[in-house]
Ligand binder design. Sequence first.
Ligand code: ASP
Length: 586
Amino acid sequence: MLRTHTCGELTIENKCTKVTLCGWIQRSRDLGGMTFIDLRDRYGITQLAFNMEVNAQLCEKARQLGREYVIKVTGSVIERSNKNLKMSTGEIEILVDEIEVLNESKTPPFTIEDNTDGGEELRMKYRYLDLRRNILKKNLELRHKMSIETRKYLNSLDFIDIETPVLIKSTPEGARDFVVPSRINAGEFYALPQSPQTFKQLLMIAGYDRYYQIVRCFRDEDLRADRQPEFTQIDCEMAFVTQEDILTTFEGLAKYLFKNVKGLEIHDFPRISYSDAMKYYGSDKPDIRFDMKFVELNNIVKGKNFKVFDDAELVVGICAKGCGEYSRKQLDELTEFVKRPQVGATGLVYLRYNNDGTLKSSVDKFYDEDLLKKWAEAFDAKPGDLILILAGAAEKTQIALSCLRLEMGNRLGLRSPNKYAPLWVVDFPLLEWDEETKRFYAKHHPFTSPKPEDIPLLDTNPSEVRANAYDMVINGVEIGGGSIRIHDKMLQKKMLNTLGFSDEEAQIQFGFLMNAFEYGAPPHGGVAFGFDRWCAVFGGSDSIRDYIAFPKNNAARDIMIDSPAKISSLQLDELNIIVKDIVNKK
Ligand code: ASP
């Protein structure tokens, strides 16, 4: 090794030891008689000291070195006169007697400090420099730890890690595929997997009854802050299990990760049905770090000539504890908030429960004090509380109120990233109707099993069929989801028919799976977790990008390597691809 120690390990215990360190120059300070350099490597920072009186030539040399130069120094560990107890190496410094420049560095385009002056795009372009910063280093260390602990837990339960192919076949359903042209098979394409779903099911049929893989998946979707075209799943499948077995096993994984990565004991892991999640939180990924459940008011408020409520399919509200003193301005702000297009409400009705016990609403014209008392009772409100009500079409109103609930949670400081509230949402609907294409889509995916008792409804009322499907949610973020699968050919065929596939199309697209069902398919089910997302939630961040070493930007580009990029006409010819003019002109 070029070094005897790292920049993070020397303490007062090492006093008088002769050491050699390698690293990058974080900063240097020239104090006339003395020059100090902070030397950084992956493990920390160690202060180097050069004394003009002891070795003027060396001191002069040190002064010439710029930021991010890579150097190797040899010297003795001495006790610092000016200690910095915030740093693990803060009690010592190295009195250097030899210095070697291993490589020079241009001045970096942004400061490599915790609070950098570099904008996001610039830092993405020089990601290798950004990765030198503490924050990203900590994120990648957290990710590594998550991966190790996940493997430990699953290995201990006899799960086996099996790799599945990356060049597979494009199938309808789900998101858009990324495709790869085949040179050898002109005019044909592979697709990159959106998930190893069918392969893990085939592994169950093959008898590998507990599988996992921490695996890259690809979806060609429009990007959002928490989406990347390629992302990583903890993908799992089990045979001979019920839904209950899967929930317990992976609740176990979550608790294990909380304990071993975050040092937290999780006791409560509630389960709530999809319909209750929508009813009480207006969301299938409720943030239950705080209560503020929805209360439906249809029966109380209708028939009093207030047209907005009378015409509404749903009148529903929340009670914000202790917000009764909100000013006119604050209430106007909330009204503006709910009217934002992303939230989608047309207006906001409020009811203030004043500290003196009187009630004041924005619709006093229609409701006298006695009626308002009934509203307050429905929420179990107390003097000092504020009730916020939305009305309109049911689903739209639920979604809007869900946004308002989260906003109030933020305002009241109820959504601390250091508090964790995981839960399972269960009993999802099997299907989702799409008005535009006038057909059903699988809410989860086409291999999800309906609840056996709901199977007859497939013929009569498909939208009422519930699935044996579940999502794990932490702090309002969907961390993962899965289902018990169909393992019967006829039921799979029926499901595909319901999704609009003819028997023939079903055979072409999914014949390999349905045929496999004829060779002794065991009952099975599984789950997949968004690994990047889980890391972000544990790191207390909204953006998965900060937990991926080399992510893509908002336009799905890697601006460091400049990808995607054109390929040569020779390559195009080999692949039998003719690119439309529009691309070449770009
Ligand atoms: N393959 C599914 C997904 O990616 C997860 C599962 O059902 O196991 O969402």
